[in-house]
Structures are given as structure tokens and as C-alpha cells.
Design a protein around this ligand. Structure first.
Ligand code: FES
Length: 213
């Protein structure tokens, strides 16, 4: 039987060629598949957004005292220390790991609290500026800063003190190079670096006098 060749007018009359029909159907099916994927992804995103808000409990030793605090996974240690635990001696500077104003000790090592998630502090020993005081008495590094007049505006001072505290806990009698290296991550806009260096040396003496306190 002879195959009927469909005249072009008939195709036009029907509005679509076979190729156009298949292409259109293909695009439609793809659109359905994409929209299905998009829906699945949107649901996943929604679930993630929900879980980002969910609080989780973090237990840490803060300045020698065991503390429990509910935190959102996205919260920085800086935020939790200041806004949830009242440790406002830890300062907010750049909040992007550049200035060092937020320096605290985690297990005796200086760390930027703005670049540390609160959940990372789980089970650690955190020391802030407040933890260097003995009642109303200044700690040796704080005392050294006062003696050497190692600040002007004072905003960066808590971070500077914590960086030196961390240095002296690891290296009780540091060389100038070791002080330079330890202080490299702490900026002072007033430029009191010479006095800060003197304070670091004085703090080492005071700590040794106090028996490594
Ligand atoms: Fe953390 Fe500046 S506030 S480094």
C-alpha cells in the first residue's frame, strides 16, 4: 500500500508539525521534571532554613564555671558570649577575622570569637577578659597594660590582653619575635604598639613573680 504523503497545507492546518509537536511535548515534559526538581529543592531549602533556627544546647566551661546555653547553629561564639552570657569584655570589631578585638582563649589558645561558631565551643574551656580578674584585682596582663599605659581609646585592648595571655600561657618568657608573631593578628588603630610590646614583657615578669598565674 502506498504511503500517504501529507501535504504541507494539511500540516499547517493542523497547526503543528510532528517535529514541532514532539519538541513541544519534550519541552513540556522537561518543564514538569524541572519544576518537580525545583519543588524538591525548595522543600529541602525550607527544611534547612527551619533547622538553622533550631537551637541546640552547648555546654562549655566559661572562666572556670560550667555553663549551658541554647544556641542556633549559625551563631558565633562572639554573639553568644556577649548577648547570651553577658561577657561584654569581648569586643565586636570587624566581625570578619581581621582586627582581633574579639580574641578569647579556647583551651588556652587565642581564637577570634567572631570566626568561631558557638557550637564549636562545645566541651571546651573558654576564657574571656573577665576570667583574668581575681575578684576586683587585675590579672598580671591587665596590670601590665595599666602600668605601661598600653592603650589610647582602649577598644582593642581586651583582644590585645587575651592574645598576650595566650602567648604567656604557652611561652612564659617570650622573645621579641615571639611577641611580634603572637600579636600579629591584633590591630590597634591608635598605634600604641610600642607600649603593647612593653606591656607584654612586663606581664611576663608579673606572671613569673606571681608564680605563673
Ligand atoms: Fe573578630 Fe575583628 S571582631 S577579628
Amino acid at each position: 500500500m502506498k504511503k500517504r504523503i501529507e501535504p504541507e497545507e494539511d500540516k499547517i492546518k493542523r497547526g503543528l508539525t510532528r517535529r514541532q509537536f514532539l519538541t513541544t511535548m519534550g519541552a513540556g515534559a522537561a518543564a514538569v521534571a524541572v519544576s518537580g526538581k525545583q519543588k524538591a529543592r525548595a522543600a529541602e531549602d525550607a527544611a534547612q532554613v527551619k533547622s538553622a533556627d533550631e537551637k541546640t544546647r552547648v555546654t562549655l566551661t566559661l572562666n572556670g564555671r560550667r555553663r549551658r546555653v541554647m544556641v542556633e547553629p549559625r551563631w558565633s561564639l562572639l554573639f553568644v558570649l556577649r548577648e547570651r552570657l553577658g561577657m561584654t569584655g569581648t569586643k565586636v570589631g570587624c566581625e570578619r577575622g581581621e582586627c582581633g578585638a574579639c580574641t578569647v582563649l579556647i583551651n588556652d589558645v587565642p581564637r577570634y570569637a567572631c570566626m568561631t561558631l558557638a557550637i564549636e565551643a562545645e566541651g571546651t574551656k573558654v576564657t574571656t577578659l573577665e576570667g583574668l580578674m581575681k575578684g576586683e584585682e587585675l590579672g598580671p596582663v591587665q596590670q601590665a597594660f595599666a602600668e605601661e599605659d598600653a592603650f589610647q581609646c582602649g577598644y582593642c585592648t581586651p583582644g590585645q590582653i587575651m592574645a598576650i595571655e595566650g602567648l604567656l600561657r604557652a611561652t612564659p618568657n617570650p622573645s621579641s619575635d615571639q611577641i611580634s608573631a603572637a600579636m600579629a593578628g591584633n590591630l590597634c588603630r591608635c598605634g600604641t604598639y610600642t607600649h603593647i610590646f612593653k606591656a607584654a614583657r612586663r606581664a611576663a615578669q608579673l606572671k613569673q613573680k606571681a608564680g605563673g598565674a
